[in-house]
Write a protein that binds this ligand. Structure first.
Ligand code: NAD
Length: 319
């Protein structure tokens, strides 16, 4: 088997590679060629969360599982709180092929998913990018969004305003003017990315203009919420996987309130494969509920393993 350690990932995997791998697996899911298995997620106490996301991509010939979770005591030890590893198996024999470090890959595959949604659903003339959230993932989200459209400025809001300087630095690197704004100025945005761990929504329907595309990426667990449910009723809602969207994604609240049903939500893979329409008019609000599926992790891990092996960098060990 091979090991691809965390220190090698940044030099191997580009955001473009992540975009391509995730887009291909979303399409495979829509064609019924790839499926995610039920997610296991357990609380360990003291705020620790641990779980598994797994799946099989028959066409990409990838079988695997991401194991990991959230360990809030890590920051004090100088380690990041989210920790994960992807294990890849030979789909024919079940033999373990690789252990691939999953921390940077998680950020890259999550940013790729929202960039894919922007690419397929945002207006072509989108110029103002709105960011809600300024934590670890937000910087990756901003960089990926900036590759999907030709934005000319970034506006941002965060529950903890002191964290916004991190995003200002990233916007500066990208050559984009940056402004911290109150929530009601999100009406200026053509695309809004939300990436927080909020337990209750801040962004309300009244804060969003017609024609906006939203990539809602933070809600990946029951009980988290970023968006007023009424906004989902007003929008056309897309997702990576409908089952996750209605149980642990942003749509869980609108579905529970009876405002939308699972049948109202379109898998983004169906748009990519041409089975379902994407944006239908310039004033429609589109909303992507990015919940994070195991096949995304497996797709980027399989890609990075290929790259590492091709460059002679994968470490071979006997199991
Ligand atoms: P982080 O801890 O680095 O940042 C947390 C963010 O949430 C900050 O912007 C913070 O200000 C905000 N926040 C915290 N408490 C809040 C509150 N009570 N109200 C409003 N905002 C609050 O986390 P991160 O690594 O950037 O992850 C952000 C979210 O994205 C998490 O919920 C994480 O689980 C989720 N996530 C989703 C995917 C996916 O595939 N969809 C992948 C990775 C992470």
């Amino acid at each position: 088997m091979f090991v691809v350690p965390e220190r090698l990932i940044a030099g191997l995997m580009t955001p473009e590679d992540a975009f391509g791998a995730v887009e291909a697996v979303f399409a495979a899911m829509a064609r019924g060629e790839a499926r995610n298995f039920p997610v296991v997620r357990e609380a360990l106490g003291e705020g620790r969360q641990y779980g598994f996301k797994s799946g099989l991509d028959r066409v990409g010939s990838a079988l695997g599982v991401k194991a990991g979770g959230y360990f809030p005591g890590n920051a004090a030890k100088g380690i990041i709180n989210h920790q994960s590893t992807v294990f890849l198996f030979d789909p024919d024999t079940g033999i373990l092929q690789a252990a691939v470090a999953g921390n940077l890959l998680t950020a890259l595959r999550t940013a790729a998913a929202s960039a894919i949604s922007i690419d397929w659903l945002a207006r072509r003339d989108a110029r103002v990018l709105g960011m809600i959230g300024a934590g670890h993932q937000a910087a990756f989200q901003l960089r990926a969004a900036a590759r999907a459209r030709d934005f000319d400025r970034v506006i941002a809001w965060n529950y903890h305003p002191d964290m916004l300087s991190r995003l200002e630095t990233v916007a500066g690197d990208l050559g984009l003017p940056f402004e911290a704004v109150p929530l009601d100025r999100m009406r200026e945005a053509d695309v809004i990315v939300t990436i927080t761990s909020a337990p209750a929504f801040s962004l309300a329907a009244k804060h969003v203009s017609p024609g906006t595309h939203l990539a809602c990426m933070g809600t990946d667990t029951a009980g988290k919420q970023e968006i007023e449910p009424a906004l989902l009723a007003r929008a056309r809602v897309f997702t990576d996987e409908v089952e996750q969207s209605v149980t642990l994604g942003e749509a869980q609240h609108a579905v529970a309130a009876g405002l939308i049903r699972a049948g109202d939500i379109t898998p983004i893979g169906s748009v990519i494969t041409g089975k379902a329409p994407g944006r239908r008019s310039d004033d429609e609000i589109t909303l992507f509920d990015g919940t994070g599926v195991g096949l995304q992790d497996i797709a980027v891990a399989a890609k990075v393993l290929d790259l590492a092996r091709a460059q002679g960098l994968a470490i071979e060990v006997e199991l």
